[in-house]
Write a protein that binds this ligand. Structure first.
Ligand code: SIN
Length: 319
């Protein structure tokens, strides 16, 4: 049987599957449930320095295999999540997500993490589209360069990664990679939701904040996420691993993210719409997909996307 084990930043995981930050990870009992599920690990809800209530409701909407959210980073504050992860016997395997709301928050967050003795990985969210008056850092390259400098001064090399928004222009992939390759990142997580999308029910917006604009997640964004993972796998230093996030609904999707270069993947909308059994289901489907191509390990096909040749017929295309 194929082996699903993988590595992220030199840490070993039994499979590439975990939740995306924000999904089933805001409170202790949710993290407990993830721990006891078939997920290889968990990431916490993105924590700010202080507890936040987030945006007014309604702020989340499911439509078919997609979702629209403008949660506004509701979270219990960094101290809460640090307490949780530090009592976890598997703390070195865990990922703590944090969002600096200002550049000044970066050293303050790092000081708290350092003082707590936390030795797991840290995901720094540079891409939340839902905070009124705060543009996504990942779309402002000067700001991003500035943030990365302060992040580098504040966190230990190899202890952190960044979560990026989706990019749509090849020049932007080059510019972002050029900034990130200057630093000792452990990983990049690509992509956050596609920001400021709109859904309409009857004649009305479906969420309240920002006149109905929010981050689009779910199956529709998978091709965008694959392209981002592929682009960063080609451009980033090889010691920066990639977490693929965006629109995964089944094991075939995970297979495609790994082909594009992902070492691990995160489940967002699908996990919000289904229950924790989805991890086992997707794991089984990934096994089947690997068997189909006779792959025994993840490393045999990670980053091995094949390019169709001019005038080639698409063989066996079914989707
Ligand atoms: C939110 O809390 O608004 C979602 C978090 C994110 O998209 O980064």
């Amino acid at each position: 049987m194929a082996q699903l084990n993988t590595q992220l930043a030199g840490r070993h995981y039994i499979s590439p599957l975990m939740n995306a930050s924000g999904i089933h990870c805001g409170l202790d009992y949710m993290l407990d449930e993830l721990t006891h599920s078939k997920a290889a690990t968990y990431i916490t809800k993105s924590a700010t320095l202080q507890k936040r209530l987030g945006n007014p409701e309604p702020r989340y909407y499911n439509y078919k295999q997609n979702s629209l959210n403008s949660m506004g980073l509701p979270n219990e504050g960094i101290d809460y999540y640090l307490k949780y992860v530090n009592q976890d016997p598997q703390t070195a395997q865990r990922i703590l997500s944090i969002t600096p709301l200002t550049i000044e928050d970066i050293p303050l967050l790092s000081k708290k993490i350092d003082a707590s003795g936390y030795d797991g990985l840290i995901e720094i969210n540079l891409s939340c589209p839902n905070i009124l008056g705060k543009p996504q850092i990942g779309y402002d390259f000067d700001q991003m360069a500035h943030y990365m400098k302060v992040i580098d001064q504040s966190f230990y090399p190899g202890s952190y990664g960044v979560k990026l928004p989706p990019y749509f222009d090849l020049v932007h992939f080059d510019m972002v990679a050029q900034i990130l390759n200057q630093y000792p990142l452990a990983f990049v997580n690509s992509i956050n939701s596609v920001g400021n999308a709109l859904m309409i029910h009857e004649q009305q917006t479906v969420i309240f904040p920002k006149n109905g604009h929010g981050g689009l997640g779910g199956a529709t964004i998978k091709p965008i996420a694959l392209a981002n993972v592929h682009a960063f796998y080609q451009r980033l230093n090889k010691n920066i691993d990639i977490i693929g996030t965006g629109g995964i609904t089944n094991g075939r999707d995970v297979f495609e993210f790994i082909l594009c270069g992902a070492s691990m993947v995160q489940l967002g909308t699908v996990l919000a719409q289904k229950n924790l059994d989805i991890f086992e289901q997707i794991e089984n489907e990934l096994h089947a997909e690997m068997d189909k191509y006779d792959y025994k390990t993840i490393s045999e096909f990670k980053g091995k996307l094949q390019y169709i040749q001019e005038n080639d017929a698409i063989s066996g295309a079914s989707h």
